[in-house]
Design a protein around this ligand. Structure first.
Ligand SMILES: Nc1ncnc2c1ncn2[C@@H]1O[C@H](COP(=O)(O)OP(=O)(O)OP(=O)(O)O)[C@@H](O)[C@H]1O
Ligand SMILES: [Mg+2]
Length: 251
């Protein structure tokens, strides 16, 4: 199983939207498991699964009572989610006392079978859960907003990825960035995009801003299902095409 982390040190850049939308598109061809690793539970909420029993929290807190496979919920034939709950924040604190604390998620995912790819939605931090996600992953996708302050955060996050490669996960590859909220008419955005292109990491695509993305979340659908003809849907499909190429190349 390929394991992809959607991560960024910055909040509100489109991690959850990318995880949700990409997973739906990938599930047209592949068996996809979404893993919500954020105590904010945004991905779980996108799937209309808040207040469910049996989440990643239960799997991590009482593994003898519930396995990851038991907590996974099918959304359709080829798409499932292992949901989160707000208590994940306290589980993250308790991880620090565990032996091999950065491999907890990797070991949990090793017990899961039947999926071609797992897409993990990370919280906007470099805490232990994100460290776990990056230790388990063989690829990472970095949503970024094309603005100066976000580029600074991107540079420091790339340093974190280098550190992960040098220590716990030499196999971690950067699949690329998704440049979100991109406004092609903004000179600042154009300059930021040029700078990202110079950073020696693939740009998987740009996604413009639309209120339809928020509307789609309210309907518990990704934009690609909610309004397939929307320009943002077309842009996300182009991103997914590059991710599929990456998956095929690394099979
Ligand atoms: N291209 C877009 N156009 C308009 N709104 C968007 C777009 N992408 C994301 N959003 C909206 O912006 C908000 C933040 O997006 P999202 O939750 O995906 O970011 P995030 O990086 O996961 O945030 P966090 O760091 O808090 O987890 C959400 O309300 C989402 O619906
Ligand atoms: Mg999020």
């Amino acid at each position: 199983m390929h394991i992809i982390a959607i991560a960024s040190g910055k909040g509100g850049v489109g991690k959850t939207t990318t995880a949700h939308t990409l997973s739906w598109i990938l599930s047209e061809k592949l068996n996809v498991l979404m893993l919500d690793l954020d105590p904010q539970c945004s991905l779980t909420a996108c799937c209309n699964l808040t207040d469910v029993e049996g989440t990643i929290v239960d799997v991590l807190a009482t593994p003898s009572k519930i396995s990851a496979a038991q907590a996974i919920r099918p959304l359709n034939k080829k798409l499932s989610i292992l949901p989160s709950s707000p208590e994940l924040a306290s589980i993250e604190l308790s991880l620090s006392a565990k032996i091999s604390r950065e491999t907890v998620i990797k070991r949990m995912l090793a017990t899961v079978t039947g999926y071609d790819v797992c897409v993990m939605d990370c919280s906007p931090s470099t805490g232990l859960l994100v460290l776990n996600a990056l230790t388990a992953a063989n690829g990472v996708i970095l949503p970024v907003v094309p603005e100066a302050m976000n580029l600074y955060a991107l540079r420091s996050f790339l340093d974190v990825l280098d550190e992960i490669r040098a220590t716990v996960n030499p196999n971690l590859q950067t699949i690329g960035t998704v440049v979100n909220f991109y406004n092609a008419r903004s000179i600042h955005h154009q300059q930021a995009l040029a700078e990202i292109n110079r950073a020696d990491i693939p740009v998987l695509g740009t996604v413009g801003r639309t209120i339809r993305i928020a509307e789609a979340v309210a309907a518990h659908e990704p934009i690609t299902v909610y309004e397939a003809s929307n320009d943002r849907s077309v842009e996300y499909k182009a991103v997914a095409k590059k991710v599929i190429e990456w998956l095929e190349k690394h099979n």
